[in-house]
Write a protein that binds this ligand. Sequence first.
Ligand SMILES: Nc1ncnc2c1ncn2[C@@H]1O[C@H](COP(=O)(O)OP(=O)(O)OP(=O)(O)O)[C@@H](O)[C@H]1O
Ligand SMILES: [Mg+2]
Length: 342
Amino acid sequence: MLILGIETSCDETAAAVVRDGREILSNVVVSQIDIFAEYGGVIPEVAARSHLEVMMPVVKKALKDASCTWDEIDAIAVTYAPGLLGSLLIGTLTARTLAVVHNKPLYAVHHLKSHIYANWLGNTDKLPAFPLLALVISGGHTQILSMPAHNQFEIIGTTRDDAVGECFDKVAKILGLPYPGGPSIAKVAASGNPSKYRLPHPKIPELDFSFSGLKTAVLRAVQKEAGVPISYPSHKLKELLTPQQVADFAASFQKTAVDILAEKMKLALEKHPETKSVVIAGGVSANQELRNTFSDAFFPEPKFSGDNGAMVAAACYYEIQSGVKPTDPYKLNIYPRISIEN
Ligand SMILES: Nc1ncnc2c1ncn2[C@@H]1O[C@H](COP(=O)(O)OP(=O)(O)OP(=O)(O)O)[C@@H](O)[C@H]1O
Ligand SMILES: [Mg+2]
């Protein structure tokens, strides 16, 4: 079965053709990172307009790279939630129109499902086994999910404030590192000392997370190191740090963030001894320190950690296998904030 997956939930315009949820025939991603590096973050209205400009060329290239015609496509899958309102609208309106024009069944896929199913993409022999625990760590989410079987999700832990990816991005800003912060921190952390600065682990009970305190702890530690009061503007701190101090802060922060995630997953496994596999998903799963720490877990190929259309097609395939029916292209709505459990 050939599925065209379309993804526009944030600042990547993406489309891919995937056979039977795993074999990638094409994968086209146009990132807006260059535009937003200038601003230090995503501007929703600009993101939506950029999607509009490249959406159809991206879909056409996905079909061309896969050497397939519309006749050969069995279904169209699109991200309908969660994400930026204007960005989701461009992707869903495109998919709805294409479904009507080419008379194809249309499937609406939750973005976090897609991140999780990126772990099924590719030619690996070994696939995750159920029941499994999934750790979703991205720009907008930090959640632990229990998956007893395909397409069944229960959230057993979630962040009470910032997502871990958001925390990487905010700490990078404090350190004067370019957007997006995750890869920038990982890069400079390689030459830093992870034990140089002691940062606190939040005391949040059970399997929930909190990352806003860690961000503030880095801010206070940088102000202390620079010898300035807590009222000192954060955007000027970078001028007071040496490259070695930046590297040491990046390494210390990265280690603390990874340790917090590891502690919670250890607790989650103690509470769910029946677990057969641990699956890590979302943009932060590209992080090498994290991959070294969770050596027994499943990770997507790094190029499928961030947003892409192939993972949407993969998630759709397993939805269809689980009996999910197509949606009405004339009625599909978008939901900027909706749980994977809905
Ligand atoms: N190597 C890395 N180390 C740490 N964080 C990373 C790395 N690469 C990317 N990230 C982080 O991943 C996040 C982007 O991931 P993703 O694209 O999945 O998020 P999103 O789609 O914006 O949010 P969501 O999936 O929750 O809607 C950013 O916060 C980015 O800094
Ligand atoms: Mg994402």
